[in-house]
Design a protein around this ligand. Structure first.
Ligand SMILES: Cc1cc2nc3c(=O)[nH]c(=O)nc-3n(C[C@H](O)[C@H](O)[C@H](O)COP(=O)(O)O)c2cc1C
Length: 189
């Protein structure tokens, strides 16, 4: 059975729930799926395909997700890999795109991936971490803007691609340029 990793970074929990929904959908298509936080995720080489996602905060991905992409880049380049980000909140934001942070655009290019899929986010006062989040979750951005049918449909498309062509990445990958000594990689396994 093909093994898929969904690795995520979250502060207030909502991106973790998106990752779980993606994992559940892909599992329902016959794959073995692990859903793990990036800071504790296994190495990419132990999977046939990998999905990495992060919440966006002040225009940046969480450091754990960026670090995972950096450390695992050579192995991600050698297997089908997809990215997602969650962030946009406020009326009508379910299908809004948010800018892809520069660091992620750079890694995207180096690894040879499609740009991240953007999903709406959630601002919930009871889950807010820190004063800024608490303040924001009282305003017009408060609410849950995650579109579950869209999230599951995206996961389904990934399962379709893996079933059709399990070894191909979607974009030509410059894997050869990503030579990084094994000692420089974080041991996640
Ligand atoms: C302080 C703060 C800054 C944020 N900055 C952005 C941002 O730059 N772009 C964006 O799309 N969403 C932004 N958001 C919205 C979050 O990404 C959204 O609430 C997301 O669902 C949080 O994910 P989490 O629950 O996994 O931490 C911000 C939220 C907070 C509280």
């Amino acid at each position: 059975m093909k093994k898929v990793l969904v690795a995520y970074a979250t502060r207030m929990g909502s991106t973790g729930e998106i990752a779980e929904a993606i994992g559940e959908q892909i599992r329902s298509r016959g794959f073995e799926v692990d859903v793990q936080p990036c800071h504790d995720a296994h190495d990419a080489w132990t999977y046939d395909a990998v999905i990495v996602g992060s919440a966006v905060y002040v225009g940046h991905w969480d450091k754990d997700a960026v670090d995972y992409l950096k450390h695992q880049a050579p192995d991600l380049a050698e297997r089908p890999t997809w990215l997602f980000q969650s962030g946009p909140c406020g009326e009508g934001s379910e299908h809004e795109q948010t800018d892809v942070p520069r660091a992620i655009r750079k890694l995207d290019f180096e690894i040879g991936l499609e740009p991240p899929m953007t999903f709406g986010g959630r601002l919930d006062h009871s889950k807010a971490v820190g004063p800024v989040s608490r303040w924001m979750s009282h305003g017009s951005f408060a609410g849950d803007f995650r579109d579950w049918p869209t999230i599951r449909a995206w996961a389904d498309q990934i399962a379709d691609k893996l079933l059709l062509n399990p070894t191909s990445t979607t974009v030509t990958s410059p894997a050869a340029t990503l030579s990084q000594p094994a000692s420089a990689r974080k041991a996640h396994a």
